[in-house]
Design a protein around this ligand. Structure first.
Ligand code: PEP
Ligand code: CO
Length: 401
């Protein structure tokens, strides 16, 4: 679904705008497309340059002091769950898990939510079958609806504006929470993060830092590039290389280390500690062979990165009843292996990037969800299966043993 764009767009939006971009919605002929783009371009920034600089120095400090980071939230945020009440509930889980992580390790924990913009999903399959019908896959509320009909799965560019408005509501609650949290010495944040997937959306939210004149991405504090869109010569990496935010990159088990080094060079040419957050998601078994050489090569190339383990995305399986799930035992095994591989290579395992729900879901098997038979009890994820807070605590406890 690669799209090209006009010369005028690339002059305005950056030289990377004409590079190939995977996983983009096909909506540029939609009658609402021009207005949606114009509205985003004229909208106020969702996060400030000062906030982005603060997070960047926190990450630099994290690499120096070997403190920790916890990044968590939904696989796909819902546009309908961005009210102050919903966000407060999500933040209670973030704080509870981060506090526990801090207590068990005696280190401070930087808190980052997958929230305020995690509305777009890359998909392995462009379509899915519903009964006799084959319809487009759900791609996140920024693009289409989860309701499985041909009509509701059409991409609608007005959704970018709805996502922006919902993101603004989330940022207001996050900001109030940061300002009123008197326990900040225990940690830092909560900051926002999401996969910077939809180039039409993200590119219109690139803004100038009023103090330094540098470009920053104002849609979120910490954008990351996903496993399916991290091509070193592609638009996503180009876009993130042009902004001063700290940036993440997911890395699957099949990644070519030379490719990852090219991504590191593009995103961190100045070798600034904490600029890059590398997030392997290799699977319980895949991590054993794939991670050690990568860790060594990144260190040898002079990048001081924040290594986070995503033990979710390499461990997805389909249950007997057809529901996607993850086994907590696999998740724990990958995380512990990650930690040990980093330590064996004299690098700092900085923490976890996990999908966790704010309420008591039964989407992954483990802990109180004793078997696959119980998954249907409270399975509400819009996309991938999330841990509930108790399961996430078990993971954090296993990491710290
Ligand atoms: C995700 O984080 O939800 C995701 C799709 O990750 P990845 O790019 O690692 O597959
Ligand atoms: Co996911």
């Amino acid at each position: 679904m690669t799209q090209s764009s006009s010369m005028a767009d690339s002059a305005r939006l950056g030289p990377w705008h004409d590079l190939p971009a995977a996983q983009q919605p096909d909506w540029r002929d939609h009658p609402a497309y021009p207005e949606a783009c114009d509205r985003l371009a004229a909208a106020p920034p969702l996060v400030t340059a000062t906030e982005v600089r603060r997070l960047r120095s926190s990450l630099a400090r994290l690499t120096e002091t070997e403190s920790l980071m916890l990044q968590l939230g939904d696989c796909a945020e819902s546009l309908y769950e961005c009210t102050p009440r919903h966000v407060a509930q999500k933040l209670r889980v973030v704080e509870r898990l981060a506090d526990r992580f801090g207590e068990l390790t005696g280190r401070s924990v930087l808190r980052v939510g997958r929230m305020g913009g995690q509305f777009a999903k890359p998909r392995s399959q462009a379509t899915e079958r519903h009964g006799a019908q084959v319809i487009p896959s759900f791609r996140g509320h920024m693009i289409n609806s989860e309701i499985p009909t041909p009509l509701t799965r059409q991409p609608d560019p007005r959704r970018m504006v709805w996502a922006y408005d919902a993101g603004a509501e989330v940022q207001r609650t996050l900001r109030a929470h940061r300002e009123h949290d008197d326990r900040l010495p225990a940690g830092d944040g909560p900051w926002s993060s999401h996969e910077a997937l939809v180039v039409d959306y993200e590119s219109r939210l690139v803004r100038q830092d009023p103090d330094t004149g540098e470009a920053y991405l104002s849609s979120t504090h910490l954008p990351w590039v996903g496993e399916r869109t991290r091509g070193p010569g592609d638009a996503h990496v180009g876009m993130l290389s042009s902004v001063v935010n700290p940036v993440g990159c997911k890395i699957g088990p099949g990644a070519d280390p030379a490719d990852i080094l090219r991504v590191c060079e593009a995103l961190d040419p100045a070798r600034e500690p904490g600029r890059l957050v590398l997030i392997p998601r290799m699977g319980r078994d895949g991590i054993l062979d794939a991670l050690p050489p990568l860790v060594r090569r990144v260190a040898n190339a002079g990048h001081t990165v924040v290594w986070l383990c995503d033990p979710m995305h390499g461990n997805t399986v389909t249950s007997r009843f057809g529901l996607k799930t993850r086994l907590l035992a696999d998740v724990v095994t990958e995380a512990v292996r990650f930690r040990d591989i980093l330590l064996d290579n004299r690098q700092h395992p900085a923490g976890l990037h996990i999908e966790v729900a704010a309420d008591d879901v039964t989407e992954c098997v483990g802990g109180s969800v004793e078997s696959e038979d119980q998954l249907h009890r409270h399975y509400t994820s819009l996309c991938d299966p999330r841990l509930n807070a108790e399961q996430a605590l078990e993971l954090i406890e296993a990491w710290t043993k």
